[in-house]
Ligand binder design. Structure first.
Ligand code: PGA
Length: 263
C-alpha cells in the first residue's frame, strides 16, 4: 500500500446537460459520505468529476458543501484575449474547478493537440493554481510495435519540459492506452502496472524520487466495477480516470468503493 491518496476521476466528456449533471453529482455526493464514514478517518479517497464546461458552475454550486472535486476537461493556455471558443484556467477556477484534464487522447487525435500545446496548458494551469491531470497513452499500432514506453515517456517529457519538481508538486498523470478507451478492452493489471512503474521511474530520473513518489498516476481505459479492484491494487496505480462508467452513479460509485477497499 502506498502513501498516495487514491484519486478517482469521472470524465463526462460531451454528456449530461445542467439538470442531469447536477442530479448525478448529487447522487455521487450522497454515495460518497457513507463510504467515507465506513472507511474511517485514516482512509481517504479523492473523487473528482469533469462535467461539460457549461454545467461546471451549476454543479459547483450544488456540491459546494461536499468533498467532491471538480475538473475542466480542457483549457486554453492564455488567460484571456481573442481566442474564440476557448476557456482559460482562471475561468475554470472561477466556475468552481480545482483540477483540469489536459492532453486527453481525444484532444490529441480529434483536435490536433501536440505535446508543445499541452506543455503550454500545463504551465497555465499551474500558474492559475489548478491541478493538472495530464493524460498520456499509446495507440494500438504503437503498442504492437513495442513502442509503448517510448511514446508515453516522450509525451511526459514533452509536457513537463524544464518545469521544476516544486512547480509540479500537485501533478496527476493519467496513463490511458488509446486502444482501451471506450472500447471495453482494458490493459491487464500487469501491463498497466509496468507502464505506471516506467512513468514513475522517469519522474524519479527527471525530477527526483520525492516528486516521483508523490505524483498520483491514474489508469484510464474501460475501467469499470468488475476490473477496478484488481487495477487499483497494483503498487503504482493510484486511481482511475473513468469515462463511460462515470456517467451514472450505479456504475461509478462501485469504482469509488473499490478505491476505499485499497486505500
Ligand atoms: P472510458 O474512457 O472509461 O470510457 O474508456 C476513459 C477516458 O477517456 O478518460
Amino acid at each position: 500500500m502506498s502513501a498516495r491518496v487514491p484519486f478517482i476521476a469521472g470524465n463526462w466528456k460531451l454528456h449530461h446537460n445542467i439538470p442531469a449533471a447536477v442530479a448525478l453529482a448529487g447522487q455521487i455526493v450522497d454515495a460518497m459520505e457513507p463510504l467515507a464514514r465506513a472507511a474511517g478517518p485514516s482512509k481517504t479517497v479523492e473523487v473528482c468529476i469533469a462535467p461539460v464546461a457549461t454545467a461546471l458552475y451549476a454543479v459547483a454550486q450544488s456540491v459546494a458543501e461536499s468533498e467532491l472535486l471538480l475538473a475542466g476537461q480542457n483549457c486554453h493556455h492564455e488567460p484571456q484575449g481573442a481566442f474564440t471558443g476557448e476557456v482559460s484556467p482562471a475561468l475554470l477556477r472561477d466556475a468552481g474547478a480545482s483540477h483540469c484534464i489536459i492532453g486527453h487522447s481525444e484532444r490529441r487525435a480529434l483536435f490536433g493537440e501536440t505535446d508543445a500545446a499541452i506543455a503550454l496548458k500545463l504551465r497555465a494551469l499551474l500558474e492559475a493554481g489548478l491541478v493538472p491531470i495530464l493524460c498520456v497513452g499509446e495507440t494500438l499500432e504503437q503498442r504492437d510495435a513495442g513502442e509503448t514506453e517510448g511514446v508515453v515517456i516522450a509525451q511526459l517529457r514533452g509536457a513537463l519540459g524544464d518545469l521544476s519538481a516544486s512547480a509540479l508538486a500537485t501533478l496527476i498523470v493519467a496513463y490511458e492506452p488509446v486502444w482501451a478507451i471506450g472500447t471495453g478492452r482494458t490493459a491487464s493489471p500487469a501491463d498497466a502496472q509496468a507502464v505506471h512503474a516506467a512513468i514513475r521511474a522517469e519522474l524519479a530520473a527527471s525530477h527526483g524520487d520525492s516528486l516521483a513518489q508523490a505524483v498520483r498516476v491514474l489508469y484510464g481505459g474501460s475501467v469499470k466495477a468488475s476490473n477496478a479492484a484488481e487495477l487499483l491494487s497494483q503498487p503504482d496505480i493510484d486511481g482511475a480516470l473513468v469515462g463511460g462508467a462515470s456517467l451514472s452513479s450505479e456504475l461509478f460509485v462501485p469504482i469509488i468503493a473499490a478505491a476505499y477497499a485499497v486505500a
